[in-house]
Ligand binder design. Structure first.
Ligand SMILES: *Cc1c(COP(=O)(O)O)cnc(C)c1O
Length: 421
């Protein structure tokens, strides 16, 4: 459920007409709904209650500081995967003890940054990383709380690029070697074991892979405890999928997911952390674009937009589907036409949809991509020297630009010409 509905014949974000935002900031742009972000965060906290828990928003899905502050003000923790994301969480006012640091390649500089600024825990993904973390902690005279990310070798049944819990993936340590690795962690100075971490992938549309993984984590918790380790926290990762089409998809609800967590690990007396990204941010955002041209080709018609693959890469990178709707509400039973929806970038891969049935639209009309809040703006680039597009946050009947479109001067001034030229 989201808060992007037609009212008075035109698409709104909460109480604000999309067309009014377009008039103010120009197209293309991203727009996010505070009410949707809030609702999705609350669904998770309600689903996990009364277990002690922390919902750590996976910043990588949508990292604008205003969005982080919106969630942080509700009490959300943050899951970061780089020093930059750590600084974003801090800039949003989230205290270090609510920030979890994940990722396979944390550098010593990033470790220092987080240890100095405060951290809830590092999710360690390998033995070399664990040793580096120990060295850095000792050099700073601090103790780093850690969970080791285990790879449970389960098939998440999702797109291969975002499956992370199979043994051939680069993530975590094989669960079969966990005893060994925890024993070393216990010996290393500067580290304090607090828990176990697992994350098996993204856009999971079934609960069964979570169940398999969490049952393995429950067994491991008992085993590690019997080996003398203190396990007080389980970080169960993110990955719950969202519906990308309005019609036929029905991924599991946070309530079912919460019930599954209680069933599999609820009796261990652990504090539960989860790291949802997409389910909080995905349906909280639209990408809004204008139709530049309607081009009639041979046997197919192209809708050429002012948004492109550099603004929203998911269709060309993952073959992902986004519903595309006109901002002006089409009349009931309005005629439709099949279009290939494309951007202006000089690559055939710059295609958002092929043979998509859309209500008739004309040059200058506004269209909106639904479910574009997650892995949209954060994956954008300036390919073809197209400026990063603005981000707008709506709250009730107000809106604000939360990242402005850079000018071409700003873009060009980032390049510099060496003295020999
Ligand atoms: C990407 C990622 C997440 C978030 O995944 P979603 O599918 O957006 O919920 C959580 N934890 C880790 C470690 C990740 O890499």
């Amino acid at each position: 459920m989201d808060h992007f509905l037609y009212k008075n014949g035109t698409l709104h974000a909460e109480g604000v007409a999309i067309a009014d935002i377009a008039a103010a900031v120009g197209t293309p742009f991203y727009v996010y709904s505070t009410a949707t972000l809030t609702r999705h965060y609350s669904l998770f906290t309600e689903a996990l209650a009364p277990l002690p828990h922390m919902v750590c928003f996976a910043i990588k899905s949508l990292s604008n500081v205003a969005v982080l502050k919106t969630l942080g003000n509700l009490g959300a923790g943050m899951d970061v995967v780089s020093g930059g994301e750590y600084l974003r969480a801090k800039a949003a006012g989230v205290p270090g003890d609510r920030i979890v640091f994940s990722g396979v390649g944390k550098t010593r500089d990033e470790m220092r940054l987080a240890m100095t600024g405060g951290i809830r825990q590092f999710n360690v993904e390998s033995e070399p990383e664990m040793r580096a973390l120990s060295e850095v902690a000792v050099s700073l005279g601090v103790t780093a709380p850690i969970a080791v990310r285990v790879n449970p070798d389960v098939d998440a049944k999702t797109h291969e690029k975002i499956a992370t819990g199979k043994k051939e993936n680069k993530f975590g340590i094989p669960i079969a070697r966990a005893s060994e690795v925890y024993a070393e962690a216990a010996r290393l100075p500067g580290l304090k074991i607090v828990g176990i971490d697992v994350h098996i992938g993204s856009q999971l549309t079934e609960l069964e892979p979570f169940e398999q993984a969490y049952l393995k984590v429950a067994d491991l918790t008992r085993r590690l405890r019997s080996e003398g380790h203190t396990i007080t926290r389980l970080d169960l990762g993110g990955g719950l999928g969202i519906p990308y089409t309005r019609s036929n998809e029905a991924p599991p609800l946070p309530t079912d997911y919460g019930a599954l967590i209680k069933r599999t690990v609820g009796d261990l007396g652990c504090e539960i952390e989860i790291e949802p990204g997409r389910l909080i941010s995905g349906n909280a955002g639209l990408l809004v674009a204008s139709v530049v041209y309607v081009k009639n080709g041979e046997g197919r018609d192209f809708l050429i937009l002012d948004a492109a693959m550099n603004d929203l890469v998911r269709p060309s990178m993952y073959g992902a589907h986004h519903d595309i709707v006109p901002v002006a509400e089409p009349p009931v039973a309005a005629p439709t036409q099949e279009f290939d929806v494309v951007g202006p970038v000089c690559e055939t891969g710059d295609t958002f949809a092929k043979g998509r049935d859309l209500p008739l639209v004309a040059e200058g009309d506004l269209v909106a991509f639904r479910s574009a809040g997650a892995y949209g703006a954060v994956m954008a680039s300036e390919y073809n020297t197209r400026p990063l597009i603005p981000e707008v946050l709506v709250n009730g009947d107000q809106f604000a630009v939360i990242r402005a479109r850079p000018s071409f001067d700003e873009i060009l001034n980032r390049d510099s010409i060496p003295a020999w030229l």
